[in-house]
Ligand binder design. Sequence first.
Ligand SMILES: Cc1cc2nc3c(=O)[nH]c(=O)nc-3n(C[C@H](O)[C@H](O)[C@H](O)COP(=O)(O)OP(=O)(O)OC[C@H]3O[C@@H](n4cnc5c(N)ncnc54)[C@H](O)[C@@H]3O)c2cc1C
Length: 385
Amino acid sequence: MTKGKSIAIIGGGPGGLILARLLQMKGVMVKVYERDLDKNVRQQGATLDLHNESGLKALQDAGLMEEFIKNYRPNADLLRIVDRKGNILTDQHTILKDDTITFGHAHFRPEIDRGPLRTILIDSLSPETIIWNCQFVNMEPSGDGWQISFKNGNTVFADIVIGADGANSKIRPYMTEIKPFYSGITVIEGLIHDSAEKAPDIHALVKEGKVFAFGNDQSIILSSKGDGSTAFYFGFKAAECWTKTCGLDFTDREQLLSWFKEEYSDWGGIWDGMITSAENLFIPRPQYCMPFDQNWKAGANITMLGDAAHLMPPYAGEGVNMAMLDALELSQCLVNEDFDDLQTAIAFYEKQMRTRAAEVAMITMDSTAMLHSDEAIPFMTGVLS
Ligand SMILES: Cc1cc2nc3c(=O)[nH]c(=O)nc-3n(C[C@H](O)[C@H](O)[C@H](O)COP(=O)(O)OP(=O)(O)OC[C@H]3O[C@@H](n4cnc5c(N)ncnc54)[C@H](O)[C@@H]3O)c2cc1C
């Protein structure tokens, strides 16, 4: 069905890149149009844990497990649950490891930094597959395909367009008017470079793994990265418009520190060091989720995957795994000759993707609410036991 057809994937995140790899392995003509200037743009965000039945399964089919094993970070998954004073309540570093929980085991969730994962995927593609500095602006139907325009003034024709352009997808409106709803939680993200030097107390607490701290309906999540930095996330209940109405300048550390001392006033002093030693750029992220019952009529030459299709908060660690499994299932559908035509193949993919994502989104929204309630610590310690 894809013979002689050109596929344009908009967005070179984990979902778009692994889809390109899987399609190229099947001989499909594919290009990835990515808004980043080049492959060296630094990847924000914490490490990602890949799951056996989704993210790792996609990597396996893409023939990239060997590269993954070379680049993943053993023990970066070890977690400490702490209270708001920094007292350690559960410590996976002190629990004897079960050596049978390794690759192939359902409970093994190895961690990899976003940068190395992206590099593995980029290097797996034929040269010239990714067209950098191509921010999608709009497209128009043209024959049986689409004429696509980018911010840099370039245009290109593609027979099939796949939206892999993340949370604020510009492809999604060509398929459905359904919009995400606000989860009630806003996150502020920060990064401490060289945390061993700049924030030794925090660095020691994280111990090259992760820390989840809960109290007062608020959360702090810390995650070590392979380059010696520590990423952190404050999660708290706020109105949807809080980022715009709070009056904070997110490039002003002093303002952030005052806000933190007021809002997290009954937390211990250890946390202040995160802000005083962080990069002077804090990123507010109101957390959204797609409705669980979303539906649309499948098109014959357009579809989407990952956050573009089913954005959800990060509190169940499923987003990247869902995006990579979407890519695997979509690549299988697009070359499956048992389908009568492309529209039937896309409809089949979208139906199973929506069903699966809705189940995960419901669990994620429950976890998000639980982790910002009185039940957070018993809930998390229960999950780990
Ligand atoms: C703070 C935070 C923490 C998270 N933690 C976890 C976690 O621990 N585990 C987990 O599984 N998930 C986590 N997630 C979610 C995870 O990052 C996403 O679910 C995942 O990256 C989705 O992959 P994607 O390929 O669909 O989209 P993205 O990773 O968002 O990639 C989209 C790509 O499209 C590009 N793009 C966007 N717009 C355009 C355009 N107009 N034209 C061209 N290119 C465009 C972007 O530059 C980007 O490269 C977290 C998310 C956040 C915000």
